[in-house]
Design a binder for this molecule. Structure first.
Ligand code: TRP
Length: 325
């Protein structure tokens, strides 16, 4: 208990010790409309980057986003980036966001839904550009994605839920029931699970579910589901994504398919998914952020929903499960 507390304090102290860039003290956030693309030398822009946790897809988004920002003239020579990892902990996300706001960051880039929600709760002034928020309306970030009415806009990875279940019906026609595995604290997952239940109800497919609150619970919850259902379905859930290698092997050992919602989760041992390209998503997020740093207002920068979907299959897992194509 004490150890855990000390660890938490340490991580909070580390967060608090790192500045949102090394801009001269006393300089406050400049209004985004007057930033221009040629920031005066010596006075860098300050951008805080908060990521819910580190897993391959979120890391890929961040890297693609930073690369495109650099291509747009907002590289490390023009911008002091302060990257902070929330380690899957909602309290960390709040502390990080508060620090960014206190530091007077010019912009916050928030990667994944919980990070965007935490940032949105601490500032209504600093422009927040979110990345990969599955359902920004459901998450309470915008009421109309076409007309952001606060300081928030960004990209959304809508999940083609029906297409995933249709793919499952083709690949594994013997699967009669699904077990849903997710963290009920992630608004992104709740939205997808609602759609999955609707699809299954309409198609008379039985399902059960198990929820987790952190990645260490994934194994036990998965075992329960594997005892109840023919296959597992994971929505676009960060917590489960971070334990995907464990879940993938567990499903193969039990001879059951694991359908997922992102390419990274297939690479990490899931059987198949239909989803968006996260390099594209990171790049589009950066373009929106650069537009705003160039002087565009958030209100005239609508949410971009990625609508091109790719089907991804893990051939090794398919072979191990004896699935013929
Ligand atoms: N869409 C997720 C969210 O809203 C974030 C996310 C991006 C994600 N890529 C993923 C989650 C891959 C799981 C797996 O928070």
């Amino acid at each position: 208990m004490m150890k855990k507390f000390v660890a938490l304090m340490m991580s909070l102290m580390m967060i608090l010790a790192a500045g949102c860039g090394a801009a001269p003290s006393g300089s406050s956030a400049s209004p985004s409309s007057s930033l221009g693309d040629a920031a005066p030398t010596g006075e860098k822009l300050r951008v805080g980057v908060v990521q819910f946790m580190e897993h391959p897809s979120l890391d890929q988004i961040r890297e693609a986003c930073l690369a495109q920002l650099e291509a747009r003239g907002y590289g490390a020579d023009a911008v002091e980036f302060d990257y902070q990892n929330g380690s899957g902990d909602f309290a960390n996300l709040t502390a990080i966001s508060q620090k960014f706001a206190g530091d007077g960051c010019d912009m916050i880039i928030a990667i994944a839904t919980p990070a965007a929600q935490a940032a949105a709760a601490v500032t209504s002034e600093i422009p927040i550009v979110f990345a990969a928020v599955t359902d920004p309306v459901d998450a309470g970030l915008v009421s109309d994605p076409q007309k952001p009415d606060r300081n928030l806009t960004g990209t959304s990875d809508a999940i083609p839920v029906d297409a995933i279940f249709q793919l499952a019906a083709e690949m594994t026609p013997d699967v009669k029931s699904f077990g849903f595995l997710y963290n009920a604290g992630e608004a992104n997952s709740l939205s997808v699970i609602r759609q999955a239940k609707e699809y299954c109800d309409q198609n008379s497919i039985p399902y059960t579910e198990a929820t987790v609150t952190n990645s260490s619970e994934v194994q036990q919850s998965a075992l329960k589901l594997l005892g109840e259902a023919d296959a597992i379905y994971v929505p676009i859930d960060n917590t489960v994504a971070s334990a995907m290698p464990t879940l993938g092997s567990l499903c193969v050992e039990n001879g059951k398919p694991c359908y997922v919602s992102a390419d990274s989760m297939v690479l990490d041992g899931g059987l198949a998914s239909v989803g968006v390209n996260y390099d594209d998503l990171g790049k589009q997020t950066a373009d929106m952020a650069a537009d705003i740093l160039d002087g565009a207002s958030v209100a005239e920068t609508p949410v971009r929903v990625l609508e091109q979907f790719n089907q991804v299959v893990n051939e090794e897992v398919a072979a191990a499960l004896g699935i013929q194509k």
